[in-house]
Structure formats: C-alpha cells, structure tokens
Design a protein around this ligand. Sequence first.
Ligand code: NAD
Length: 494
Amino acid sequence: MSDTQTWQKRALDLKPQSQIFIDGKFVDAASGKTFENFSPSDGHLICNVASGDTEDINRAVASAKKAYDSGVWSEMNPRDKKAIMLRWAQLLNEHREELALLEAIDTGRPIADALSVDAPNSARVIQWYGETIDKTYDEIAPAPRNALAMVTREPLGVIGAVVPWNYPMMITSWKLGPALAMGNSIVVKPAENSSLSALKMAELAIAAGLPAGVFNVVPGLGSEAGQALARHMDVAKIAFTGSGPTGRKMMQYAAESNMKQVSLELGGKSPQVVLNDCTDLETAASTIAWAIYYNAGQTCNAGSRIIVEKGVKEELFAHLHKFLESFVVGNQFDPTTQMAGLVSELQRDRVNAYLDLIGQDGEKLIFGGQKTSGKDLLIKPTLIDNVKPDSRLAQEEIFGPVLVAIDAKDEAEALQLANGTEYGLAASVWTNNVARAHKFARKLRAGTVWVNTFDMLDVITPFGGFGASGNGRDKSLHALDAYSALKTTWVDLN
Ligand code: NAD
C-alpha cells in the first residue's frame, strides 16, 4: 500500500464526476444548482455536486420507467443479464483504489477501511447477485391434475433508493444488487455528504453494458430530491436506509402518493452482553472495542452498549484500556490508521451534545470524552460507566465512538437490559456455555445476533432490524423477494 503522502496527493488530484447521472449520461441539474462538497478530514472543497430537485427526479424516473417498459433489461435473457453484472463487478474491482479514495474523501473514513472493506465488498455484492440471476427458480403449486398453477416472481418496476453517508457504496450495492438481479430499474439518491461513489458505480455499470436508464443517480438534498423520489407516482418501491425520523417521513410520503412499498433500514443501539462465565475477556474486549470504534461509531449496528454481568467488569475494562493503547487513531490517509474523524461538523456537534451529559446522573468517564470544536472532527474512543438504563446515553443512537456500560446483576437482568430500547438491529452475547449462548441468543430481540463475536457480516445472510430499527432486510436471497412481487397464473388443463 502507498504511504500517507501518496494517498493524500492522490486524493487531492482526484477529479470526481459530480453531475447527475440520467439515461446513461452525466448532466447538470435542470436548475443549474450545485452544492459544495467538502472533505471532512482537511476541509478542502472536493467539488461542487449537482443539486437535483423534483425536475431531475422526474427526468430520472421517466428514464428508468422507459427502460423498464421497453424490456431492455427487465426481459433480457438471464444469461446475458448475469454476464453484465459480473463484468460490472469486475470493473468495480479494477477501480477499487479510485472507489476507495472517493469514499474516503467524502466520508473521512480511513483509507485502509475503504480499500479493504467498502470497495471489495460492494463489488462482491454485485457479483453475488449477478450469480443468482440464472440460479433462482419460480414455483409450480401442487394444484389438481386438471390445472397448472404457477407462482412467479415479477419485478416491481422503478425502485427508488435513498441512502445515508456512513457506508454509501456498500449500502448502495445492497439495493442495486437484488433490485437489478430481479429486473427492476433504479434511481439512487445518495446522501448530501457522499454522492461520489454512487456516480462512479453508475459510470462503470454503463461501461459493463447495463442499458442506459436502468440505473440513474440523482444527488441532491433529502428534502428536495429525496422527497420527490419517495412521492413519485411511478416509483413502485422506496428502499430507504437512514435515520428513524426520515424513515417515518418515507412511510408518510408513500401513504400520501401511490402507496408504494417502503422498506426501512434504520438505526440501532446494539447491546454487547458479557456474561460472567466468559473466560476470554481479552478477546471480548478487543472485539467490543472494534464493534463500537470502527468507522468512529458511525455504524447502524455499532455495539454501543456493553451490559456486563456482575463479577467481570474490572478485568474487562482493564483489557479495553490495554487494547486502546495500541489502537491507531488519526489521519485517514495513514494506512495504519484504524479510526479517523467523524463525517461532518454537524455529526461531531451531535456527539458533543451527548458528551455534555456525562456526570449529570452519576455517569463515570473511564476514557475519552473530550469534545472537539472548529474543524477538528476527531472524537477519541470514549467509555462511560455507571450509565442508567433509561437515560438518553443508554437509549439514544449517538452515532459516534461512545460506548456506554451498564451493570447487570444476573443473566435475566442482562437480557432485560439488552432488549430494553426501542431498537433491535443487532446484539452479541459472550459466554463459555453453549446452551446458555443459544437460549440467550434466541431471546435477544435483534435482526442479527453474534455469539462470542461481533460484526461477522456477509452478503450471504439477511441484515435488518426489529422495532425502531426498521422492517426491511437487505442482502441474501431473501432480498430478492423485497424487490419483486409474487404473481399466480392458473391454467385450466381441461
Ligand atoms: P438521514 O435520515 O438524515 O438521511 C438518509 C438519507 O435520507 C439521505 O440520503 C438524506 O438526504 C435523505 N433524506 C433526509 N431527509 C429526507 C426527507 N425529508 N425526504 C427524503 N429523503 C430525505 O440519515 P443519515 O444521518 O444520513 O444516516 C444515519 C442514519 O442511518 C443512522 O440513524 C443510522 O443508524 C442509519 N443507518 C442504518 C443502516 C441499516 O442498515 N439499518 C445502515 C446505515 C445507516
């Protein structure tokens, strides 16, 4: 891997594509408006991004609908569709460094993460769904002998995808993969901070042979482009990942327009439960630290609460301290950096507001906790002990490198605390007892549960939440159902 200066120079030399992508071409916003896109790490102006609004969304949806209705993709021979998806995945891999750089300058994440996780995983998702195209079958129902009843999966039409800034490329790929594999067309509205990787993905899709209009990208403000997409009468489904308040609006927009389907992937406050028969507290501590401090805590399933059964806290904290001594925090372009700054001043100020709460109700700061200001977006890894289960620190998604610790007197209380928020995205439990692990895991109300680990994630398994964490499931073969509708066709054989 290149050194820090080389990456920094490459980032400064980038000339990203920043127009709207409609019908296979880059175009200006109809209004001519743009917004400034600054690098979170050094504040430099990366580029001005076209600011799409209702008119641009109308153009993009019209292009997607035309492509869909023409059958150019929706009715293409599965074998040919698969070949295009696989070629596209190959191009994504070939452009891995550029895509990683785009992601890094937009979000401030460490270049090492963008290179090793975001770019290759996005390519893998496109490849994986490409592979499904000629391997998924429809059904023949067990009807009487004098009839044939076929159950087929039909594409929905035009999909609208609205995505956040924390893992823009990967989350976009989670929508693109199953939506396109099922034969839909799609319009993506990236988050304001992070439009660049989606635009590059679209350019590479066309280069791979995806017909124009099948995949469009309209950057812009949520309240303008995002809302216009979610209210559009020709959009059959909104696939949304983002915050709870915006998720609620998505449901409202759908209800007030064409009752389109809405899938929601929202936030979390994921518990990491350490039961007192866990003997490898060193591994538990390093895993717990990664689970919260990776991407500076800006992860929907971040393990942001530790619930510790009586008897092991002191040793666990000692291991956490030790782990943090060698955890590299700092410059995103240093290939050894494991955690860099937050995505924006707005996000940093949100985290600062939570740090202000420390000590107001008996909380004890174990490490970190210093607020930053101005252009400094780096909040150090923070651990807060003695947090009351019903306090804001324990209940609300902070979306920063802030871990709160809550005591549990026994296993039953640990379970009650773990399930004691409105969220249900992910959870982990640490124990040496396999029966206890299974029983505990079953009772955890979370879309993903890890036993003696955290963050094992792959396209092969579904991802999504319960309760306020949303109702959708990205990834796996199940996501194909989310981008299609079942159709029954009866044939009278008499
Ligand atoms: P956000 O809700 O503010 O924005 C998400 C997207 O919605 C952006 O593209 C934004 O432009 C758009 N948007 C905002 N207001 C809108 C409106 N009124 N109408 C239409 N679109 C609008 O969320 P964020 O701050 O970008 O992302 C962070 C949130 O996303 C966190 O809560 C995090 O937990 C969640 N998240 C969830 C998952 C998951 O899979 N469950 C994954 C990543 C992030």
